[in-house]
Design a protein around this ligand. Structure first.
Ligand code: P6P
Length: 336
């Protein structure tokens, strides 16, 4: 395969979009630079004292790991200077991050989870950065968060960086899903997985079955469908669950499978599950859609949900189309 860098790939795609400007390319390049810096730190986490907790707690009520904080600071520092954003939002920040006075701005809106799966960092498990990009109309009022909250279907780009055995970037602008692998010897992301398509029926199911006693009946029936043999495959799916959304999603994207983080009754303060709509569900739903898969909240397409809050949570069923449709069929049967 010819060595195509992600920048060349973006420029090739840009030529196909007459409306595209170099501003989007600049945005993506700044994001890529931030990810390279984060990758460098993640890959030496065991050597430098960036492990362990800062003792602080983020807006999600989770202990903040130093690498979480570092990744968040790198992304905010680079992106607020990109000159193309009207605002940005991070899973780690309670409020919108505004572009400092005097900095050039634009009409792109970036939302990210700086280091998803960070609870696994000490065990050297893959973690990732998830990002979602909207292009808003000129002059949008960033003082009113409500004006920035758009359905996932309106994203112009979404994807993730996966810091694992290698560092990968997987993204889509709606023209296929493309994977790039970082060649550290040249510091470039090179096209390694062109036009990724996820199998229509998977062979893996991913869910934390420790919560079985807290699930409702339809969720139990759905999980039992994948565990059993009375399904379209005629045999049970393999159970794989790393506890790092980006890693679980990426494996299922390539091999075919379904990831579920449904509602459970453990924590009444989280009636819609643990995962966040804007910085986790929407970007991955945009990727899976353009890879031929599907993402729902159990029944409704994630991309059709109108957000009402920056950090709202949503149940998530995502992956191979037929598998996600089967879960929706089970939920609808129970809900009448
Ligand atoms: P649980 C990581 O904290 C995360 O947000 C996702 O990356 C992951 O899929 C999920 O939480 C794991 O949650 O409750 O199974 O430990």
């Amino acid at each position: 395969m010819p060595q195509i860098t992600v920048t060349e790939h973006v420029l090739m795609q840009q030529k196909e979009s007459p409306m595209a400007s170099g501003r989007f390319t600049r945005l993506l390049n700044e994001l890529i630079l931030a990810a390279k810096i984060i990758s460098r730190e993640v890959n030496k986490a065991g050597l430098v004292d960036v492990l362990g907790f800062t003792g602080e707690v983020n807006v999600q009520g989770e202990q903040v790991q130093k690498l979480d904080e570092y990744a968040n600071k790198i992304l905010i520092h680079r992106m607020e200077r990109s000159g193309v954003l009207c605002a940005l939002a991070s899973e780690e920040n309670a409020d919108l991050v505004r572009i400092p006075c005097g900095f050039p701005s634009g009409n792109y809106f970036l939302i990210f989870d700086p280091l998803d799966g960070s609870s696994n960092i000490d065990a050297n498990v893959n973690v990732g950065t998830i990002f979602s990009i909207y292009k808003l109309e000129e002059g949008v009022n960033t003082d009113n968060v409500g004006e920035l909250l758009r359905k996932g279907a309106e994203q112009v780009c979404a994807g993730y960086f996966l810091y694992g055995t290698s560092t990968m970037l997987v993204y889509t602008t709606g023209k296929g899903v493309h994977g790039f692998t970082l060649d550290p010897s040249v510091g470039e992301f090179l096209l390694s997985h062109p036009d990724i398509k996820t199998p229509e029926i998977g062979r893996v199911y991913s869910v934390n079955e420790a919560y079985w006693n807290y699930w409702d009946e339809p969720t139990r029936e759905a999980v039992a469908y994948f565990k059993g043999t009375d399904n379209e495959r005629g045999k049970s799916y393999s159970q794989r669950y790393i506890g790092s959304l980006v890693a679980d999603f990426h494996r299922n994207l390539l091999y075919g499978g379904v990831f579920m983080y449904p509602y459970d009754s453990r924590d009444p303060s989280k009636p819609h599950g643990k995962l966040r709509l804007l910085c986790e569900a929407n970007p991955l739903a945009f990727v899976i859609k353009h890879a031929g898969g599907l993402a729902t909240d159990g029944v409704n397409d994630i991309l059709d949900i109108q957000p009402t809050e920056l950090h709202q949570r949503v149940p998530l069923v995502i992956g191979s189309k037929r598998d996600v449709e089967k879960v929706a069929e089970i939920y609808k049967k129970h809900r009448g």
